[in-house]
Design a protein around this ligand. Structure first.
Ligand code: ZN
Length: 294
């Protein structure tokens, strides 16, 4: 008898709901109110793209956006997507104290609750910024009742990454010995490093056939895959403000690409929210355990 093929699972489709200015590293939150607000319009564009493909995903929504636009949170939920938490003020977790992180998480969850988001299972940190030095944050997430996290990038960059973290969903043992499910973004494995392929700047820059081949190979082996996008990446006309060259490239390179690549991706692959994929394909009791403490 031929060996049984592993069942192909959908891609975990994730969207970080934030406005264009939230991810500008040099802009303090005091200046946010003076910026033109574009998140509703760009999220509506993205929701339409997903509706056209009958695709659903997890929307990690920033508390600041939920507070200003509670009706947008309800629109997303009514369209059948999973709402999850992206914190409140889009700060780098590894630059916060545990007390500051806890306050930001609670404020983010409260804003989602007030907007009518319902039960929140998942969390993603701004800029994937739960690094090993900020692993204490995972205990705070577990204590707050967060069931799964998607903040650890299994690669290495100056801003984020835990390069030796597992590449498929796993049960992460926190520094205090609690457990939280981790769903990592997709990377391609090379001998010297793991290379991100399936979201943000990487998805904008890489040729789509290469991304598709990488995702097909993973799914064909019964492995998990996770793609992430941001509404400002669907907004080629977003405001341009002075910022360091590296950051400018990150924010403005190939902003025309997502409107082409995401519909192709949705046509080529089945996509689903992370909570649904975890329940169906990676039940908690089957997950391999991994300790973040070395
Ligand atoms: Zn973000």
């Amino acid at each position: 008898m031929a060996p049984k093929q592993p069942e192909r699972q959908p891609i975990g489709l994730t969207v970080d709901i934030e406005d264009w200015y939230h991810s500008v590293l040099g802009m303090p939150p005091e200046e946010w109110d003076r910026q033109p607000d574009r998140v509703v319009e760009t999220t509506e564009t993205l929701l339409q793209v997903l509706a056209d493909a009958d695709a659903h995903g997890t929307f990690f929504t920033l508390g600041h956006v939920a507070e200003r636009h509670p009706e947008l949170v309800r629109r997303i939920a009514d369209a059948g997507h999973e709402i999850a938490c992206h914190g409140y003020a889009h700060r780098l977790v590894h630059k916060l104290t545990p007390e500051q992180f806890k306050a930001d998480l609670e404020r983010g969850l409260e804003a989602l609750d007030k907007a009518g988001a319902g039960k929140i299972r998942g969390y993603r940190a701004a800029y994937w910024s739960i690094t090993r030095s900020a692993a204490w944050a995972l205990d705070i997430l577990a204590e707050a009742g967060i069931e799964y996290d998607s903040s650890i990038y299994p690669t290495e960059t100056p801003l984020y990454g835990i390069p030796d973290a597992p590449l498929d969903p796993f049960l992460l043992r926190t520094p205090k010995g609690a457990e939280i499910i981790e769903f990592p973004p997709t990377v391609m494995q090379f001998p010297l490093r793991n290379v991100p392929v399936a979201g943000g700047i990487y998805l904008r820059l890489l040729p789509y056939p290469l991304v598709r081949a990488a995702l097909r190979r993973l799914l064909g082996k019964g492995r998990a895959a996770l793609v992430y996008i941001h509404p400002p990446e669907f907004d080629p006309d977003k405001p341009r403000i002075p910022m360091p060259l590296g950051e400018r490239l990150l924010h403005y390179t190939r902003l025309d690409a997502m409107r082409v690549k995401v519909p192709r991706l949705l046509a080529d692959f089945r996509c689903a929210p992370l909570g649904e994929i975890l329940d169906r394909h990676h039940p908690r009791e089957t997950l391999p355990a991994w300790s973040v403490v070395r």
